[in-house]
Write a protein that binds this ligand. Structure first.
Ligand code: NYM
Length: 212
């Protein structure tokens, strides 16, 4: 008999919301409860495409805005075979950013609409759960200075936040908003509860296709 599939769980949010910390905590908690789980992150800077993206984010290179959007999407598509394989093996994937970041960040640039930005990612494996770590720009500012990478300014992050607000209106995606201003422990508890429910529910459901 085929084994039950793992769940595809995504954490999204603006910078400084605590996504990476929470992804690590969640993977650890799932593993400790006997559920196979692994973390992934996008962009995955280790691949050839990922290295182009990384140089762009570090401002070591300039890329045309449409072109870099397509590279971010290609970076997800190149990992789809691996993601599907792991999910089929029963491994739950906890993913730090996905197509939603792709759309929110590019569409926050002048001259881009949500619709164009979504197109390249149509058909990606559909997350069973997307948790949006909600943090106001004022609270994010209290967590210290932004880094040196591209996009890391409060003005741009505010625009990105608005794009995420629009994306969350889509009822076809299982969005859960998490209050990221709580303590790391409280946020973790909240995320764990949603995730355990999702892991159980996803087992007997086929993997969907995003935005299709
Ligand atoms: N980003 C991330 C995009 O612009 N498009 C995408 O598709 C994805 C996945 O890259 N500022 C942006 C958001 C972040 C940056 O940062 C990646 P980090 O710290 O590696 O998550």
């Amino acid at each position: 008999m085929a084994c039950k599939r793992g769940a595809l769980i995504v954490l999204e949010g603006v910078d400084k919301a605590g996504k990476t910390t929470q992804c690590n905590r969640l993977v650890q908690a799932l593993q400790q409860s006997g559920r196979p789980a692994e973390m992934m992150r996008f962009p995955d800077r280790t691949t050839t495409i990922g290295q182009l993206i990384s140089a762009y984010l570090e401002k070591k290179s300039d890329l045309e805005d449409h072109a870099v959007h397509l590279l971010f999407s290609a970076n997800r598509w190149e990992l789809v075979p691996l993601m599907k394989k792991k999910l089929e093996q029963g491994i739950t994937l906890v993913v730090d950013r996905y197509a939603f970041s792709g759309v929110a960040f590019t569409s926050a640039k002048p001259g881009f609409c949500l619709d164009w930005c979504m197109k390249p990612d149509v058909g990606l494996p559909k997350p069973d759960l997307v948790m949006f770590l909600q943090l106001s720009p004022a609270e994010a500012a209290l967590r210290g200075q932004f880094g040196e990478e591209r996009y890391e300014t409060s003005v741009f992050q505010r625009a990105v936040q608005q794009k995420f607000d629009q994306l969350r209106k889509d009822p076809a995606v299982n969005w859960q908003v998490i209050d990221a201003s709580q303590s790391v422990e409280d946020v973790h508890e909240n995320i764990s509860t949603h995730s355990l429910n999702t892991v159980n529910a996803a087992q007997n459901r086929p993997l969907g296709e995003l935005w299709k």
